[in-house]
Design a protein around this ligand. Sequence first.
Ligand code: FES
Length: 154
Amino acid sequence: MSSDEDVAAASRHTLFIGKKENIIQARRVVKSVGERDVLVIYHQGDFYAIDVRCYHSGGPLQEGDIEDFDGRTCIVCPWHKYKITLAEGEGLYQAVDPSVKALKPTWCSKGIKQRVHTVTVSNEDVFLTLNDSPGPIDSDYYQTEKYRNTFLKE
Ligand code: FES
């Protein structure tokens, strides 16, 4: 176990992930915390942390664009363009009400689909605290050893 992992275990999965200025410069950093791979993002003054593999089919969110939809900041999965709010991990989609004559799409939520985590900044250091709330959340599947063995090591 590395010293980083010791720190994580000792402080309930809180891990020092880097100096603030370095993460701001990098914009995106992927960190492995135990069995979980987390994408840490700096975007327009805020830090976010989210499971790196998309809840839909395991797409690499570290390669996704960041856009606002309905006033909410989302990462767009590069594989099938699913939109996931960075702050909550909600899956967003557009739908129309067929009973209304002028079909006008509105944004809807599928609920929380992607596990998000907490980023804190202390002085110039950035820390990641894993969200260990009981699951499952859909993205959890892609953090499992079964998924890694089946899809990532081929
Ligand atoms: Fe992300 Fe399909 S894998 S949208």
